[in-house]
Design a protein around this ligand. Structure first.
Ligand code: FAD
Length: 417
């Protein structure tokens, strides 16, 4: 009989690990240092805006099967909806006011790239087919070196796609990791590049249903419980919270599902693995609009990159712009509002009430050094496993990677002798 699995961290990786292990009949206990679950994928009530907001808008691609499976397991599949009902993404170029809609088809073969009406203006099918070179990229290559000759599609497709998926500028993003994500888009009938967003909030989609699932399965979660790990070098022998020492006996294992920068992780990482953090800036503007279907718009040629509209909020996302992330909140809100006005054709020149959230450690910078040194889930400590979006699933650091890593650790811990 395998003993208790102790999961440290209640972000999506820790929750997916706990859900999967519980499903397999394992006894599970979860410890979370914050007073709430969700980690980098959370929602909270903002008293200034008088509404619930997400720490940052999240989009899920059709090519994220582990996320869909996780949602089905926790009974939250209905919480994720395709953008514009079909997962097609409207785009706007702020420089020349061109509008288009990226219309990826369902099915495995990306036939949309051969249809002018489904791709960006002035691009050719060849500009997209050239992206196949990413599939063969080795771990030392960057995206811009691999995809330098993709014509107009560079600006309207490859650059925004890389920045969004990798949270890393194409000049330093790993072509190898993006290639793995691209391969995924061709392995799902759902339409790999179709986009989905939470109907209400991150919390209601990814977090609360998982907490409910674990509660009904009898798996306790301790909040406000930062854990440190004690080993005898070969095995974890104890966990220490602020108030308690928990002995880890034979047959028990530990899933460490926190970030690579958390002090508790450091002793278990190779020195060569020292990832640089990359930020994501989100601004939520409170606007007076009727509730509509959640919408997502890609922006080219401005500072803003993506707009998300939902329940009287317009939210702007800017990934991997470290300079923007260093600015004052009010300066950021003023700087991005003109992009929103132009994109949505709004007459309001005054910047509406807003909340700026800068996630400085949104993900690691996913450059070639990261691709080369990224650790797998096993450690030198036999009953300790690593989970998290940054652990080597081959894929970019997204919810898909977080879920996969958590599920993988549940499997490995289950098979521990
Ligand atoms: C602004 C933003 C936008 C994003 N957009 C997208 C998107 O559009 N699509 C997408 O797929 N992904 C997106 N992501 C990435 C996605 O949110 C992450 O990949 C995912 O949430 C990572 O989950 P995780 O469980 O690996 O890590 P985390 O969420 O960081 O969870 C780690 C948890 O461990 C806890 N912890 C730390 N130390 C301890 C300790 N000692 N003891 C106990 N607990 C501890 C932390 O409090 C935290 O809750 C975005 C991220 C951000 C920040």
């Amino acid at each position: 009989m395998t003993g208790t699995l102790h999961v440290i961290g209640a972000g999506v990786a820790g929750l997916a690990c706990a859900v999967s292990a519980t499903q397999a009949g394992r006894k599970v206990v979860v410890y979370e240092s914050a007073k709430h679950a969700g980690g980098r994928c959370r929602s909270f009530f903002d008293s200034q805006l008088n509404t619930t907001i997400d720490n940052g808008s999240h989009a899920i691609l059709g090519a994220n099967p582990a996320v869909f499976k996780y949602l089905a397991t926790i009974g939250a599949e209905e919480e994720l909806v395709p953008v514009e009902h079909t997962g097609e993404i409207p785009f706007l170029d702020l420089e020349n006011k061109a509008h288009w809609t990226l219309r990826p088809n369902a099915g495995l073969f990306p036939k949309w790239i051969f249809d002018r009406a489904r791709r960006a203006p002035d691009t050719t099918a060849k500009d997209y087919v050239k992206g196949l070179s990413l599939l063969a990229a080795d771990k030392s290559e960057t995206v811009d070196a691999t995809l330098s000759q993709t014509g107009a599609a560079w600006r309207t497709f490859w650059e925004p796609l890389t920045t969004a998926v990798m949270n890393t500028p194409p000049s330093s993003a790993s072509a190898h990791i993006l290639g793995k994500a691209l391969r995924q888009t061709m392995t799902t009938w759902r339409g790999g590049l179709r986009s989905y967003v939470p109907k209400t909030s991150l919390q209601q989609t990814f977090i609360d249903p998982a907490l409910k699932f674990l509660e009904s399965a009898g798996a306790p979660i301790y909040f406000d419980a930062p854990v440190s790990i004690g080993t005898d070098n070969a095995r974890v022998i104890e966990l220490q919270t602020r108030s308690e020492k928990i002995e880890i006996s034979d047959g028990e294992s530990v899933a460490l599902a926190v970030t690579p920068w958390a002090p508790v992780t450091k002793p278990f990482l190779d020195e060569a693995f020292n990832p640089e953090p990359s930020s994501i800036v989100n601004v939520h503007y409170k606007v007076d609009t009727a509730d509509a279907t959640p919408a997502m718009i890609g922006i080219v040629g401005g500072t803003s990159q993506w707009l998300f509209c939902r329940h009287g909020l317009i939210s702007v996302t800017v990934s991997a712009d470290q300079e923007l992330a260093r600015m004052e909140h009010d300066v950021i809100a003023e700087k991005l509002w003109p992009d929103v006005r132009m994109a949505l054709d709004l007459s309001d020149s005054l910047t509406p009430p807003n909340r700026v959230i800068i996630e400085r450690r949104a993900t690691p910078l996913q450059d070639p050094a990261f691709a080369i040194n990224r650790p797998g889930p096993r450690t030198n400590t036999e009953n300790l496993f690593l989970a998290g979006d940054w652990v080597d699933t081959g894929l970019p650091c997204t919810l898909e990677s977080a879920v996969r890593s958590g599920v993988k650790v549940a499997e490995l811990a289950q098979n521990l002798p």
